[in-house]
Design a protein around this ligand. Structure first.
Ligand code: 5GP
Length: 210
């Protein structure tokens, strides 16, 4: 019996450590497939095409929208970001749990298209820590950091739309917490109807004296 894949959305403030958490989760467990988004923002040092993002021009991105290649897309701090449809559909059908590391507008679109999707929000233990991490990462100019912090204020207003809050204080604890949330999701009755029906049929057999 192939287990049905679950669609997982992971959002969180810029600098909350989502990327590091995702890398560790994928290293530890084979069941996860991380969707690679398309974006019009420039690659950061060390980022690779097709691994971190598919880096696109604005025209290329708009072409993808026009051709219906994206499940969702959003504008974040002056750039487009979007989730390619094909990979998500393929991996879900193979039984992988597919993770979308996306911002809140995208999360909303996913929830309305896939009501069974699980929405996780990652935060640092306080806002001071967030600012510290964004600055020490050193990948953004001060004005971009300010824009991202401003965006965090807006995103914090939408946290109630998520199913779970995960605090990224210690990486390994956080990764295990996320994994156990997903494993609990798999135990929901609706994902286990094949087994339920089998047990029911067997029980009916007993009552007939089989
Ligand atoms: P970053 O530039 O730091 O890599 O990403 C900026 C924000 O865009 C993050 O909050 C990230 O989760 C979000 N993001 C990345 N890919 C996508 C996507 O495909 N769709 C949406 N809606 N947001 C995305």
């Amino acid at each position: 019996m192939v287990r049905q894949g679950i669609l997982i959305v992971v959002s969180g403030f810029s600098g909350a450590g989502k990327g590091t958490i995702m890398k560790e989760l994928l290293k530890r467990y084979e069941q996860y497939a991380l969707s690679v988004s398309a974006t019009t923002r420039a690659p950061r040092p060390g980022e690779e095409e097709g691994k971190d993002y598919f880096f696109k021009t604005k025209e290329e991105f708009e072409q993808m929208i026009a051709e219906g290649e994206l499940i969702e897309y959003a504008c974040y701090v002056s750039h487009y970001y979007g989730t390619p449809k094909a990979y998500v559909e393929e991996k879900l059908s193979q039984g992988s749990d597919v993770i979308l590391e996306i911002e809140i507008q995208g999360a909303r679109k996913i929830k309305s298209q896939f009501p069974d999707a699980v929405l996780l929000f990652v935060t640092t233990k306080d806002a001071q820590e967030l600012k510290k991490r964004l600055i020490s990462r050193g990948t953004e100019d001060p004005d971009v950091i300010d824009q991202r912090l401003l965006r965090a204020v807006q995103e914090s207003e939408g946290i109630e739309e998520y199913d779970y809050l995960v605090v990224n204080d210690r990486l390994e604890v956080c990764v295990e917490e996320i994994h156990s949330i997903i494993e609990s999701e798999h135990r929901k009755i609706r994902y286990n109807m094949e087994l339920v029906n089998q047990v029911r049929a067997e029980l009916r057999g007993f009552s007939k004296g089989e």
